[in-house]
Design a protein around this ligand. Structure first.
Ligand SMILES: *Cc1c(COP(=O)(O)O)cnc(C)c1O
Length: 588
């Protein structure tokens, strides 16, 4: 099937008048506009190891992938000419089962052919001196605004490939180091080749995290490009504020798997002397580099001094992350909000009772969902806290349970219930241990309060949770939360954030106005133990003296906080604002 290479629309009857011959190839377009855009304009190729677009395409593990999905959606809404490139991860990340309080992982297969079209084009790579064929599935995200963004899901499960190579794109973040590097070769190098072969004209390459930065080596070899011209083409968004979190490979492994794609000396100059560090490679080959929040930029500068790093704070796709009840409300009072989320700043034009009623409805939906999923009946009148994200050490899922006696006392002042969800990476023992601990706490508190753990966290569940609870809790250890995004989803539904001052919340929090901070400002230079002591104290004190009294005894103030969450947080922390900034600061 022929597709318009600009908007991606399938062309059942390609017309000669909308035909163009470029570089010895023939292209057909849906009309004059796309034809001219193609001849003049180029696409931004957005590379991400994971892209979370919908619940049934489970090729994501957490915030990085969900952000990438929101990038695609906002770009389509705003008609930013973008094309996504990712891996098909046909066995998914993992399906989580909880048994006796422990996580058990299962493959999470999905069938690309039921949701997307296979491209007729294939490309070939060399991995470990073996030819590896790569095919691609094309998924079109169509916006109600008429915009369209295509995403290529690369797949090595091609006939003729060696059995082990057919598995390269099976599991997201699965396997050993070699497996990881092979995936990164397919994503970076295979992605560039595929875009070329499929006829995309690319003006910029945007790397969402360092996983795809091998693409820059392909650009350097292709047409013998100079480093400067490659740098002009590349944009790099870094996400990881820990040195250990950056992908590194020994040069012997790199040479074994990748061969001599570029001279070793050049590779060392770009990727580091001792090991190939994919973050460093991306930093050295990108003209525009940014962190995902202002605080993250500052911290990245301490990890990588001497680089020019900007900050474009993350956002979430407003329409996706606003529940049905609030969509209706915004449609009525703030028409056009979905494509212009700034309008949420005018939330005060919505009557308070209607805000509360919408929240009650969202809460009832969550309570029903929790009962269906877990058999537990939450109390519709009790203050509900939500905590859901990847389970890994620094997110500190158990901080709320640091002092059970204090928590029980607070619960006597005003009742609480808590909903948890989240997956741990199969090899993250700390993350898995935290899941067990939550279940132990749940047992201990059995007669005191409802603690629910929902199995198999994913996009749909995230939407239910971030709209149906009253308070969204986040307790990372600073500075490890580069941005965080689920609190922004909560804000779109009038849910109030109660979070450690790290990542985006440093910018979002106005104490007592948009929510509450847990612990000191990152500007205060405290000993680890002292910071933690203050975090735990404030977590409990603010629950007891601010949050519970306001929720139970001062409904008007509570609704004002909800409206501030919408009008002072969601209006800004959305991916439309983020993509407009990428467009004007990084892509142009
Ligand atoms: C939004 C989202 C995340 C990211 O959550 P953080 O707040 O960044 O920890 C992770 N997983 C899913 C399924 C999400 O929807």
């Amino acid at each position: 099937m022929i597709r318009d290479p600009v908007c991606g629309l399938p062309l059942t009857e390609p017309k000669d008048e909308f035909k163009a011959d470029v570089r010895g190839r023939t292209y057909y377009f849906c009309g004059e506009y796309c034809k001219r855009a193609f001849l003049r304009g180029k696409k931004i190729a957005y590379f991400s190891m994971e892209i979370g677009l919908s619940n049934d395409i489970h090729t994501y593990s957490g915030g990085l992938g969900v952000l990438a999905g929101d990038v695609i959606k906002s770009s389509a809404d705003l008609k930013i000419p973008l094309v996504g490139v990712t891996l098909v991860s046909s066995k998914g990340y993992l399906r989580q089962e909880i048994k006796d309080g422990k996580q058990i992982e299962h493959p999470d297969d999905w069938t690309p052919s039921t949701l997307m079209n296979e491209l007729p084009t294939q490309v070939e790579l060399s991995i470990q001196n073996r030819p590896v064929k790569v095919k691609a599935w094309l998924y079109d995200y169509q916006s109600p605004s008429g915009g369209l963004v295509s995403v290529l899901f690369l797949d090595t499960d091609v006939e003729g490939n060696a059995a082990e190579d057919r598995e390269i794109t099976s599991f997201l973040y699965g396997g050993d180091r070699d497996y990881r590097l092979k995936q990164e070769i397919v994503l970076g190098i295979g992605g560039v080749k595929m875009l070329d072969a499929a006829g995309f004209s690319v003006g910029k390459y945007h790397m969402n995290e360092g996983h795809s930065s091998l693409l820059t080596l392909e650009l350097l070899t292709k047409n013998g490009k100079e480093l400067d011209s490659v740098r002009d083409l590349c944009i790099f968004t870094t996400h990881t504020p820990v040195e250990a979190g950056h992908d590194k490979f020994s040069y012997s492994v790199v040479q074994d798997l990748l061969g001599d794609i570029i001279p070793l000396e050049t590779m060392k100059a770009l990727g580091g002397e001792d090991q190939l560090n994919l973050t460093r490679l991306a930093l050295n080959t990108s003209k525009y580099v940014n962190g995902v929040a202002k605080r993250h930029k500052e911290f990245s500068l301490t990890l990588f001094p001497g680089y020019n790093i900007s900050a474009i704070t993350n956002g979430v796709h407003s329409f996706t992350w606003t529940c049905e009840c609030f969509r209706r409300l915004y449609d009525k009072y703030l028409p056009g909000w979905a494509n212009e989320p700034e309008l949420l700043v005018r939330v005060d034009t919505i009557p308070d009772e209607e805000v509360w009623r919408a929240h009650m409805e969202a809460r009832a939906n969550l309570i029903r969902y929790v009962r269906e999923q877990s058999g537990i009946q939450l109390d519709p009148n009790v203050l509900t806290l939500g905590f859901a994200r990847r389970f890994t050490g620094y997110k500190r899922a158990t901080l709320l349970f640091s002092n059970l006696k204090r928590l029980e006392e607070i619960n006597n002042v005003g009742k609480l219930q808590v909903v948890f969800a989240g997956k741990a990476h199969p090899r993250d023992w700390m993350g898995k241990r935290l899941i067990e601990e939550i279940h132990e706490m749940k047992e201990k508190l059995n007669d005191v309060m409802n603690v629910v753990y929902l199995e198999n966290y994913g996009l749909d569940m995230a939407a239910k949770l971030t709209s149906g609870v009253d308070v969204w809790l986040n307790t990372p250890i600073p500075p490890f939360e580069a941005s965080g995004t689920s609190g922004m989803k909560a804000a779109h539904n009038g849910v109030i954030n109660f979070s450690v001052l790290d990542g985006w919340w440093v910018e979002g929090c106005i104490e007592g106005v948009t929510g509450w901070a847990i612990g000191p400002s990152p500007k205060e230079n405290l000993e680890e133990a002292e910071r933690r002591r203050r975090e735990v104290t404030q977590l409990y004190d603010k629950l007891e003296y601010l949050i519970i009294p306001t929720f139970y005894r001062n409904r008007d103030d509570w609704i004002q906080l909800m409206e501030n969450s919408i009008g002072k947080v969601a209006y800004y922390f959305n991916s439309h604002r983020m993509m407009r900034r990428y467009a004007s600061e990084a892509y142009l």
